[in-house]
Design a protein around this ligand. Structure first.
Ligand code: BGC
Length: 628
């Protein structure tokens, strides 16, 4: 009997929902629950002198269920079946996922593409403009010509909030020129394991430093000349605990640690994970991206306590939450239930990124069946509209000019300064700075003449472009340009210089990692490649002293080699302005960077604890904030 009752309890809701599902599909899907009320030309929501809160309430009062559902959808632009789907489905937001670009990848191509989408959105009954998002995480780096700034880890090493704010302002200007009004940055993750492929997207593993730079970035990106307005919407990501996933726990079968499990820990939640969010929210951030990680066994998008009670209530977040990529669909096996549960758990906007038709159908049915309430939908949509009003999207609809180029010497100078400030001198036995009386330098290594490698991923393509991308200055170019007259600079990728000849005074090995993004960068042993190790050896055989410069997204395991090097510099992923490295090597600027996270000695030390202690109790190679 008990078994029968349990069976009925389990099966009955599924049957009821399925029957309802089909009835609604066939009879009701295309009819509106409420009659559309058209606003007058002087509707309150169109009046920029009214408060944002009042404008949101007014606009919501005209919206049909379909219009509200459309606002909750964030669609990858490449997956649109037709341009008209923007208006047809009343979509609220589009994005260019990393590497997704207009047919002609130029600033004008971006502007034209986004303008066409906006025109579609504005042509709808209520004329609600789109949010258009992109991952300009180190400059508007998917657009050729834009300055590519150092990845966040380098800015963490620089530890200069003023500079980070200026970089965010430069990024904002480039985004605005191309019509992008939403950036998926700053990243507030706190990496504790260098085996993870996203270490470089984060500033540091120290919540204080993350908070300080995160706030500076939000301020720079959102800052607007108009009072109570923001220029480009910032996104705090990835909520929450990301960086503390366990090795081998990834939900994604191709990854190891990215999208993995974080051990729930209330102390760490409040001492480490939440503070940067609290500060970012207080600085005015109006969107938060929910991580692809799990909190224990629960996917983050289903963590209703952390999304609702903690983020929205305790931290007082009045912006909207957005799921990351397939995040919502991964919440549960059945995507209808996945959608329902994620929205009820507090996800306001769903990055779909492809399945928008199904989503709009599912949410409509869920609402009709009472599975997602009108109040929950109004709350989500109200939050999204709040951000749109704050951006002034309803107010400044003057045509802006089509940009010709994003090449900007001021941005380049800023990036060059950031590169110089990001360098961390970890070892120096009389090799640095390079003196003017040095006669002969030999340069080798995979990252010496490889702008693609020094930019890292999230540049033009998601996984980056390995090779000499024509826009920018390689580290080698910078060295050649800095070397005074009479100082000879030779270069060979593998350091294959004739042995037996006179030794050069200095060898510079510029070595590191090829670009990678997300779980594709999860590796059990982050070490230097054989070719680079050989290039270092070759230089040691043909130069009096060898300086090793590591261009990488994370500390690498170098314990076995480092003793034989005369100097060691961590250069992280400096971006397009490699000349900043030479500025410091030659002493025109001092070394000021410090390690934004500890540099482990062995893989057995991983993961580190929040306090920077190793798993096996041994000491790291260099502690956090070390730098000569
Ligand atoms: C990443 C996010 C990113 C999003 C949109 C996801 O794969 O995890 O950081 O913002 O894609 O491109």
């Amino acid at each position: 009997m008990r078994i029968l009752l349990t069976l009925i309890k389990l099966v009955l809701p599924v049957v009821v929902v399925s029957v309802g599902f089909f009835l609604i599909m066939f009879f009701d899907l295309f009819s509106s629950k409420s009659e559309a009320v058209n606003p007058s030309e002087d509707a309150l929501y169109l009046d920029s002198s009214q408060s944002i809160e009042a404008r949101v309430v007014d606009l919501l009062s005209y919206m049909t269920l379909e219009e509200k559902i459309g606002q909750m959808a964030l669609v990858e632009q490449n997956s649109l079946e037709a341009l008209e789907d923007v208006s047809g489905y009343k979509l609220g937001a589009l994005l260019s996922g990393s590497g997704s670009k207009p047919e002609v990848n130029t600033p004008a191509g971006w502007k034209d593409m986004i303008d066409a989408y906006q025109a579609q959105a504005r042509s709808t009954r209520l004329g609600i403009p789109l949010l258009y998002g992109s991952d300009a995480i180190h400059g508007h780096a998917h657009v050729p010509g834009a300055t590519v700034f150092p990845h966040a880890i380098g800015l963490g090493a620089g530890n200069n909030p003023k500079l980070v704010k200026a970089i965010a302002q430069a990024t904002r200007d480039d985004l605005l020129l191309t019509g992008v009004n939403w950036n998926y940055a700053p990243n507030l993750d706190q990496p504790r394991d260098i085996r993870w492929g996203r270490v470089y997207e984060a500033y540091s593993d120290d919540p204080e430093l993350v908070s300080k730079l995160g706030v500076a970035y939000v301020e720079g990106l959102q800052e607007s000349p108009e009072e109570n307005k923001i220029s480009v919407l910032a996104t705090l990501k990835h909520y929450i605990g990301v960086g503390s996933m366990a090795w081998g726990s990834s939900y994604n079968k191709d990854y190891k640690i990215d999208q993995g499990k974080v051990e729930p820990n209330e102390d760490l939640l409040y001492s480490h994970y939440l503070p940067p969010y609290k500060e970012g929210i207080d600085a005015g951030a109006l969107s938060v991206m929910i991580g692809l990680n799990s909190w224990g066994d629960k996917k983050m998008v289903l963590e209703d306590r952390l999304l609702k009670d903690v983020l929205k209530d305790e931290l007082g977040f009045k912006g909207f939450t957005v799921s990351d990529w397939y995040g919502v669909h991964e919440g549960r096996r059945n995507i209808f239930w996945a959608t329902v549960t994620a929205i009820n758990s507090g996800v306001d906007m769903l990055m779909l990124p492809f399945d928008y038709q199904k989503f709009t159908r599912h949410l409509k049915i869920a609402n009709r069946l009472g599975l997602v309430s009108d109040e929950r939908i109004d709350d989500a949509v109200g939050r999204i509209l709040y951000a749109k009003f704050a951006l002034g999207l309803f107010d400044d609809i003057e045509e802006s000019a089509i940009p010709i180029s994003l090449v900007d010497v001021e941005h380049q100078a800023l990036a060059r300064q950031a590169v110089a400030e990001s360098l961390v001198l970890l070892k120096n036995e009389g090799a640095l700075p390079i003196r003017n009386d040095v006669r002969h330098i030999r340069v080798a290594g995979s990252a010496a003449d490889n702008i693609g490698q020094q930019m890292g991923a999230w540049s033009i393509e998601w996984q980056g472009v390995d090779g000499n991308w024509p826009r920018g200055t390689s580290i080698l170019d910078g060295i050649v340009a800095r070397a005074p007259v009479g100082m000879k600079v030779d270069y060979d990728l593998l350091g294959d210089f004739a042995t037996g000849a006179r030794k050069a005074d200095i060898g510079i090995a510029i070595v590191g990692e090829p670009p990678y993004a997300e779980g594709f960068g999860d590796v059990p042993y982050p070490i230097l490649y054989e070719e680079d190790l050989q290039a270092i050896k070759n230089l040691q055989a043909t130069s009096e002293k060898v300086i090793v410069i590591i261009v990488s997204g994370r500390p690498l395991l170098i314990e076995r080699e480092v003793d034989s090097w005369d100097a060691l510099v961590a250069a992280w992923l400096p971006g397009s302005e490699g000349a900043g490295v030479a500025d410091v090597l030659f002493g025109a600027k001092p070394f000021t960077g410090t390690l934004p996270l500890p540099w482990p000695r062995t893989a057995e030390q991983l993961p580190l604890t929040a306090e920077g202690e190793t798993a096996d109790g041994t000491t790291v190679l260099f502690p956090r904030y070390f730098g000569l």
